[in-house]
Design a protein around this ligand. Structure first.
Ligand code: FE2
Length: 583
């Protein structure tokens, strides 16, 4: 239907003079604008809502599909306001899980694919997210990175301008606060350009407070999804930031901040989001339906909880003219649930289409055909050998700076005295001192660096991954250099992946052929393979609860504080490279 004709038809259906395509009748309709629940019918024409209320005139006719929602509640389609879907599972696979639970809009970062492969890959990823049964909006990646190679390929202002011209690009993704406050000019220019184009700058102010937080906000950053306490949430709300409470794979904060509901403060600029959800959570718990249910179970009033995953998010991105509520003119994104306190999708309507019923998707997501440049992203021109993981050293004993992995995510600096043997430093599994290598694999530079890490627990074998944050490196950790080489070589054969090796054998693996970041497996078998990787690592002695994530964050500037890339070790406190051998 052409645009003008569509509007005329919408008017006629709203006036009760033409038949609606779909009518949802007799339901209790959550009105997110007034905070009421009102009985009535919803009339839908094409992808839009034509009217909401009791007087439907002649709009329900023989051609109208009718869903009787007597005794049921209608809520707007749920929105994940901040996530990262450019990693691990394919967009199409996520869409299957989103629609069956009532998530009809996803707003995603693109930093994983962007930092791994650069601007062209962002454009292609963006295309993979479009023409799906749900809406996916993206933020452009600022590509804040510790890797000099990635920095050379980082987003420029002119590339950003091209991205922002697209309707589905609604702003700039999270530029980490340290780089902004330290006046990284490229990042400041990206922020300024985004604001100039009338779009939003998402924030990432983990751990910032006081003057540093004020400085971050002063440049025009307008949201944050990183606060982990009610106090941090309030500090950000008071500074005018929009706050997204995180309930996802990396962290779960809802419970810790749930006391806010009793403080009598304005929570209209508060939302809930996942910041990324692993396959296990999607399979076992659900998506935003789970998150909203959890907020209700923690005592948030249902209308508040629903608002935090619908209208509040839509307003934050200036999308509330088209999504976020059940009202005329909005996209017909509606979830029918049993009652206000039970976020279980019985029917899901997305852009006027019934896309899921009783927890089963009724439509197929679009599968994207990726270009060879995305599917051939591991640019290593040779196989690796044990010698490639050698760390030369002079003398008999040296003091070495180590990454000390103190939690699944956080590392700190430690030092160890190590014996030099045949002019080299070897792994020392007895003291839990393993080798960690960062190998640039995206841009064909051949650069790599080998250091040491403790806290991982491997007694033997090795693990490697091409899916790391904020750069295009492979990270390999191991107690044995031959196994490290085999794991990297297998990733090369797979064109990206996660591989566990020991004793010359591959024990577990997952291919990530899309940019070295994303699997093409169905969610169930993906979860199965990730489980095998975790178990194989644990059998080799690994103590970490999610080794994939630990390896992935070793390269990020977002989490404190001793990190690694192809050029060496980076101390994030000083924002500079530091020596491996210190004495
Ligand atoms: Fe994030």
């Amino acid at each position: 239907m052409a645009g003008k004709e569509k509007i005329h038809q919408l008017i006629k259906v709203a006036l009760g003079e033409a038949e609606a395509d779909l009518a949802i009748t007799n339901g209790s309709i959550v009105n997110v604008y007034s905070g009421e629940v009102l009985a009535g019918d919803v009339l839908i024409k094409g992808d839009r809502i034509a009217s909401v209320g009791k007087d439907t005139g002649n709009a329900i006719g023989p051609k109208t599909r009718v869903i009787d929602a007597k005794g049921k509640t209608l809520i707007p389609g749920l929105i994940d306001g901040h996530t990262h879907i450019d990693t691990i599972y394919s967009t199409s696979e996520l869409v299957r899980y989103a629609i069956k639970g009532g998530t009809t809009t996803i707003i995603t970062e693109t930093a994983n694919i962007g930092c791994a492969l650069g601007y062209e890959a962002v454009v292609e990823f963006l295309e993979s997210t479009q023409d799906q049964p749900i809406k996916i909006f993206v933020t452009a990646p600022p590509m804040v990175t510790i890797s000099p190679v990635t920095e050379e390929h980082a987003l420029s202002v002119s590339q950003l301008r091209r991205l922002l011209r697209r309707r589905e690009v609604i702003g700039l993704g999270e530029p980490y606060w340290g780089e902004v406050v330290n006046s990284n000019q490229r990042v400041l220019d990206l922020i300024a350009e985004t604001i100039r184009q009338g779009k939003k700058v998402d924030g990432h102010s983990a751990g910032a407070s006081g003057k540093k937080l004020q400085a971050y906000v002063a440049v025009g950053v307008s949201s944050c999804h990183e606060p982990i306490t009610a106090e941090e949430v309030m500090e950000r709300l008071r500074l005018g930031l929009f706050v997204l409470i995180r309930e996802g794979e990396i962290r779960r904060e809802l419970e810790a901040v749930s006391g806010l509901k009793d403080e009598g403060v304005d929570l209209s600029r508060l939302a809930i989001s996942t910041d990324g959800l692993g396959p296990r959570h999607l399979i076992n718990d659900g998506y935003m339906d789970f998150v909203v249910q959890k907020a209700i179970d923690l005592g948030f009033p249902p209308l508040q909880a629903i608002g935090m995953a619908t209208i509040n998010v839509a307003r934050r991105f200036a999308l509330d003219d088209v999504i976020g509520g059940i009202a005329p003119g909005k996209y017909a994104d509606i979830v029918i649930i049993p009652d206000l306190k039970t976020i279980r999708a019985e029917y899901v309507i997305s852009s006027g289409r019934l896309v899921a019923k009783a927890g089963e998707p009724l439509v197929l997501p679009r599968e994207h055909d990726y270009s060879p440049s995305i599917l051939k992203s591991v640019k290593l021109d040779r196989d690796f050998k044990a010698e490639d993981f050698a760390v030369p050293a002079a003398g008999r004993q040296v003091k070495v700076r180590l990454i000390d992995q103190v939690t699944n995510l956080v590392s700190r600096e430690d030092f160890a005295s190590m014996a030099v043997s045949d002019g080299q430093l070897k792994t020392d599994a007895g003291r839990d001192i393993l080798k960690v290598a960062a190998i640039e694999r995206s841009f064909g530079t051949g650069k790599s660096f080998v250091g040491f890490i403790k806290g991982m627990g491997f007694k033997r074998g090795a693990i490697a991954t091409s899916a790391v944050w904020d750069c295009g490196d492979i990270i390999a950790v191991g107690a044995d250099e031959n196994d490290m080489a085999q794991a990297v070589n297998r990733i090369r054969e797979l064109d990206g992946g996660i591989v566990v090796c020991a004793g010359g054998r591959v024990l577990a693996e997952l291919a990530l052929p899309v940019g070295g970041e994303i699997s093409t497996e169905p969610m169930g078998s993906l979860e199965d393979k990730l489980g095998r990787i975790q178990r194989a690592a644990a059998d080799l002695g690994c103590r970490l609860p999610d080794v994939r994530i630990t390896l992935a964050v070793l390269t990020t500037a977002a989490i404190p504080f001793l990190r690694i890339c192809e050029h060496g070790l980076v101390d994030l406190r000083q924002n500079k490279f530091v020596d491996l051998i210190v004495g």
